[in-house]
Structure formats: C-alpha cells, structure tokens
Design a protein around this ligand. Structure first.
Ligand code: SF4
Ligand code: SF4
Length: 179
C-alpha cells in the first residue's frame, strides 16, 4: 500500500500526532508528576517581554526593568539575552503548585515553549524531551505510526550535546535508505 503522505506533507499529520500524544499521555500525567517542569529547576523558560511582564506582573517599563536586571536588582531567576528573557531555578509565577496547573493555560501570554514541551513537530520530524517523565518513546512512535498509516519507518536519534532531546523521523519505506 502506498504511504498516505509524501515527505513534504508530513508536517500536518506529525503536528496532529504530537497534539494527540500530549493530550492522551502527557497532560493527564501532570497532576502526579514527580518533577513538574513549571518549577523550572531543570528547564529554562524562554519569554518575550509581553509574556514576562504578564507572568511576573512587572509594573515598570521595559527600559527600567532592563536597567534593574543589569544592575543586579531585578529578579534573580531572570536573565536577558538577544531581546528575550529566560527564567530558571525558581517556580514559574503562573504555576499553581497545589492544583498543579498553569494559571495562564489558555491565554496568549503562555510562552510557546510551554505548549511545545515535551513533544512537538519541527521541520517534518517529531522532537521529544525525555526530561518529562510522561514521555514513552515506544508509545509515541506508535502514536506517530497510527497518524501516518502504513508505509513508513520511524527512526530515532539523540541530540549529541543534549541526549535527552530525541528526534523521531518518519521515512517512506520506498525512499532510498528507509528500508
Ligand atoms: S514534566 Fe511532563 S508530566 Fe511533568 S508537569 Fe511537565 S509536562 Fe507534565
Ligand atoms: S506559563 Fe504555565 S505552562 Fe508555562 S512554565 Fe509557567 S505555569 Fe508552566
């Protein structure tokens, strides 16, 4: 049987597969997670100014905030670089620890990286972050296989510098090197 999706069209079904996996396997686990990512003890939260201002409830202008950061009088958990801000080693202020939920879950100020973690589509591949204990690569591969249908082989490779970042690639069995 012919594969349902040419390589150039894999992004849409893989995007759907990532969303399905997040909904079915990741989000239900968050309430009982041993190491919630929103505590930012190992993960770094990337924010633009709008997101930072809303989540950290900053009342001063960006210029004033940046001056304070540079002077060492801003929030210790925030670093600035390349026009963005990075939160690390302090619980995200939008995280409701008791309920283990995000207070801005459905709001525009939730940083895009929060929605992408731990599984997202990137350039026709699926990327999974194994720092999330809910990620099961075998189950994720099965989810991708169901989304693509027959005729694909799924391979995995780990990032050389950050081996907990794993890329799952789908190749048509008829493609050279896929068999
Ligand atoms: S690490 Fe994974 S399971 Fe834990 S809170 Fe974050 S997304 Fe949920
Ligand atoms: S914005 Fe929400 S999802 Fe993102 S780190 Fe904060 S609490 Fe977690």
């Amino acid at each position: 049987m012919s594969p349902r999706f040419p390589r150039r069209n894999l992004a849409a079904p893989l995007l759907a597969a990532a969303a399905t996996y997040q909904d079915a396997a990741v989000i239900p686990h968050c309430a009982r997670c041993a190491k919630p990512c929103c505590r930012l003890d190992s993960l770094v939260l990337e924010l633009d100014w709008t997101e930072l201002k809303a989540l950290w409830r900053i009342r001063v202008s960006r210029a004033v905030f940046d001056q304070r950061l540079a002077a060492g009088t801003g929030p210790k958990e925030i670093r600035a670089a390349n026009g963005l801000y990075f939160g690390h080693r302090k619980v995200c202020p939008a995280y409701a620890e008791t309920q283990r939920t995000c207070r801005v879950y459905d709001q525009n100020v939730k940083p895009p990286g929060c929605s992408d973690f731990p599984v997202y589509e990137d350039g026709g591949d699926i990327v999974a972050d194994l720092r999330c204990e809910a990620v099961d690569l075998a189950a994720l591969k099965a989810c991708i296989a169901r989304a693509l249908g027959p005729g694909y082989r799924i391979t995995q490779s780990a990032d050389a510098q950050f081996p907990f970042i794993v890329t799952l690639s789908a190749a048509r069995l008829t493609d050279p090197g896929a068999a």
